[in-house]
Design a protein around this ligand. Structure first.
Ligand SMILES: [Zn+2]
Ligand SMILES: [Zn+2]
Length: 355
């Protein structure tokens, strides 16, 4: 068998396919042979330098495959088994993991996010899963590779907002942003028992997709007075939960404004742009500080136990992420897939990369 593989590598500010040595499984690790992968706006952030990624790093953090090699001190998996892993791969053992904030493993903001940033990622014919006992999960027979792929980041991240908000059964959720994470928040708010799901995006477009994954009403900033529309749809009360997944600073005060007293604003965005110094809170809509509104800053919850629960939702038909994969490419065309994703063409959410 060949001891080299093809990988999509960050090289000189670009993503290029290179030949790399086949990885070997060290203690606690499992090497996976990739069968499908997808691309993400975060990959672009690694390429353009927003995330500090060393030159020569294998890109990518969304992949599924079969177990190829099992390292020392890993049990419970067998070679050839279909598996996947979340885009964050925390150790599961440090103080922050034990406190339930594994995304910030080892005390660093986003510390669990290492694939394609501080260690080789999964856009390659083979990739290494660290802390496999904590992170690797078997894919149920009834779940396709494509569907499992959507769990790795899109659903694992998008579901964190509604789940962390402890949404009341039948409650109203407003989701700001309808990229892949916002669409996943829409989908999982519905699965968590939301009675009414309203989506908000900047411009018209994508309404059919938002409705297909669970939105009851689709609003956009160009055509609607968002606050007035939410008041109208909730008989003046406001939403139980606003999920801010747009990443736009201007969406944050809107999320505060549409949330009812005692409600929850769950932020799934990183406002890491160079011009962003602070987030405005509109005092009147926040109840002047005594509105019992909770602002949650959240980051993807991962680990094999949580991923297993998300995969069960797909296995039992309660969640169907298929509409999120809008184009298919072979791995050799990954550079083109990245370029196409960067155009932000309406209707194109996620590329499926086949191997
Ligand atoms: Zn991603
Ligand atoms: Zn940790």
């Amino acid at each position: 068998m060949s001891q080299t593989m093809k990988a999509l590598v960050l090289r000189g500010g670009k993503a290029v396919i290179e030949s790399r040595p086949l990885p070997q499984a060290g203690p606690g690790e499992v090497v996976v042979r990739t069968t499908a992968a997808s691309l993400c706006s975060a990959d672009a952030a690694c390429i353009d330098g927003e995330f500090p990624t060393p030159d020569g790093t294998v890109l990518g953090h969304e992949a599924v495959g079969v177990v190829h090699e099992i390292g020392p001190s890993v049990s419970g998996f067998s070679v050839g088994q279909r598996v996947t892993v979340a885009s964050t791969t925390p150790c599961g053992q440090c103080a922050d993991c034990q406190r339930g904030f594994s995304g910030h493993c080892q005390g660093a903001a986003w510390g669990g996010y290492t694939f394609g940033v501080s260690r080789d990622g999964s856009l390659a014919e083979y990739f290494t899963v660290p802390f496999a006992a904590h992170n690797l999960v078997a894919i149920p027979d009834g779940v396709t590779d494509a569907a499992a792929l959507c769990v790795t980041d899109t659903i694992a991240s998008g579901s964190t907002g509604p789940e962390a908000a402890r949404l009341p059964l039948g409650g109203t959720v407003v989701v700001f942003g309808q990229g892949h994470v916002g669409l996943a928040a829409t989908m999982t708010a519905r699965a968590l028992g939301a009675g009414l799901v309203v989506t908000v995006k900047a411009r018209p477009g994508g309404e059919a997709l938002a409705r297909a994954v669970g939105a009851d009403h689709t609003l956009n900033l160009a055509e609607h007075d968002i606050e007035a529309e939410i008041r109208r749809l909730t008989a003046g009360a406001g939403a139980d939960c606003a999920v801010e997944a747009s990443g736009a600073v201007a969406s944050f005060p809107r999320a505060v404004a549409v949330t009812r007293l005692g409600g929850v604003i769950a932020v799934l965005s990183s406002y890491s742009g160079p011009d962003n110094a602070s987030l405005p809170i509109p005092l009147a809509q926040w109840g002047w500080g005594i509105g019992d509104k909770t602002i949650l800053s959240t980051f993807q919850r991962s680990g094999s136990e949580r991923l297993g629960r998300l995969l069960r939702l797909i296995e039992t038909g309660r969640l169907d992420p298929a509409p999120l994969l809008t184009r298919t490419y072979v791995f050799d065309d990954s550079e083109r897939a990245l370029a196409d994703l960067a155009t932000r063409e309406p209707g194109h959410i996620k590329p499926l990369i086949t191997f």
